[in-house]
Design a protein around this ligand. Structure first.
Ligand code: AMP
Ligand code: ZN
Length: 303
């Protein structure tokens, strides 16, 4: 067992060597070794993709209207980042950036655009599938990935403002969505074991906003809607969620008019992999030098 000092030295080294800090909290550069681990994890997740899965990749911005309709503002307004831009004539904009605009600086003059920063990779999937018509009860599975943004208050290691999220999303009958989630919980167990990290899979809740949010979080745990795969990074007592397994019931189905071919509202589930967090957890567990990682871990990540 590493000493407390040993652990904090290792965390410090991850923060300043395999990652490179920038002027913005929680926004890091990724080094070659870090990206080698990400590539290994990506391949490991792809290898387990179920037959018939459709692949979709999204940029890190999405429609603001779409996110509003998804209910994000009700649940997580504190985490949202919005794309703003300048507007007006060339003269207006020049005056703003040159500080000649009657006491206003350019930041005050910004206006929200129709875009937000994507907070979770799966949001854009539901309306795309809904637009195609009914899905089979046996479900549609989509493989998505996106850089995501969350306006996180703390910048402890692994709590980033910008990070990559890979997800498998299932849309189908209630039992289809639940069975999908259970299969991914089992695969996650197997993957974490192969990666040689200490972990546990536990019921969890989302950081819902405000006092009403506390009730929603309690309800989520009570109904076992969310599970997380937790790996100690900063401390054993407060391990870091590196994957999550969510059953949304009919939330997205009702929102987007998603139906199964028997006319019922579709249920959805997703298995989400926090790619950067998984890489951080591996460096925290096995050390900074990839060459000294256990042979079995190197092999499974093709390092
Ligand atoms: P969630 O939608 O909160 O369940 O997030 C899905 C996965 O993304 C989590 O299991 C984490 O691994 C990862 N994740 C969430 N928030 C962050 C963050 N601030 N920094 C890095 N990874 C994150
Ligand atoms: Zn999701």
């Amino acid at each position: 067992m590493a000493t407390k000092q040993g652990v904090s030295d290792r965390l410090e080294a991850i923060t300043s060597s395999v990652l490179q800090p920038t002027a913005a909290n929680g926004v890091q550069g990724r080094t070659g070794p870090f990206e080698e681990v990400i590539a290994g994890l990506t391949a490991m997740i792809t290898k387990r993709r179920e037959p018939g899965t459709e692949v979709l990749r999204f940029p890190p911005v999405m429609s603001r209207a779409l996110l509003e309709k998804s209910g994000y503002l009700k649940s997580f307004p504190h985490l949202l980042g919005v794309v703003s831009s300048m507007h007006g004539t060339e003269g207006d904009i020049r005056a703003l950036v040159e500080g000649r605009s009657s006491g206003r600086n350019w930041v005050e003059a910004l206006e929200a655009t129709d875009l937000v920063l994507t907070p979770a990779a799966c949001y854009p999937v539901y309306p795309i599938i809904a637009a195609r018509g009914d899905v089979a009860r046996s479900g549609v599975i989509v493989d998505v990935e996106s850089y995501c943004f969350r306006r996180e208050a703390s910048s402890e290691l692994g709590r980033m403002q910008a990070f990559r999220m890979r997800e498998y999303v299932c849309i189908g009958a209630p039992d289809t969505a639940l069975a999908f989630r259970e299969r991914w919980k089992a695969r996650a167990n197997e993957m974490a074991t192969q990666l040689g990290v200490p972990f546990k899979l536990a019921p969890a809740s989302d950081p819902f906003f405000g006092r009403a949010g506390k009730l929603m979080a309690m309800n989520q745990v009570e109904q076992a809607l969310k599970f997380e795969l937790l790996i100690p990074v900063n401390s054993e007592e407060d391990p870091t969620a590196c994957m999550s397994f969510n059953y949304h019931q009919d939330h997205f189905g009702s929102t987007w008019g998603l139906k199964t071919d028997d006319g019922a509202v579709a249920h959805t589930a997703c298995a989400a992999f926090g790619m950067d967090r998984l890489a951080v957890a591996l460096f925290a567990t096995h050390g900074l030098d990839l060459h000294t990682w256990p042979a079995s871990v190197r092999e499974v990540l093709s390092l």
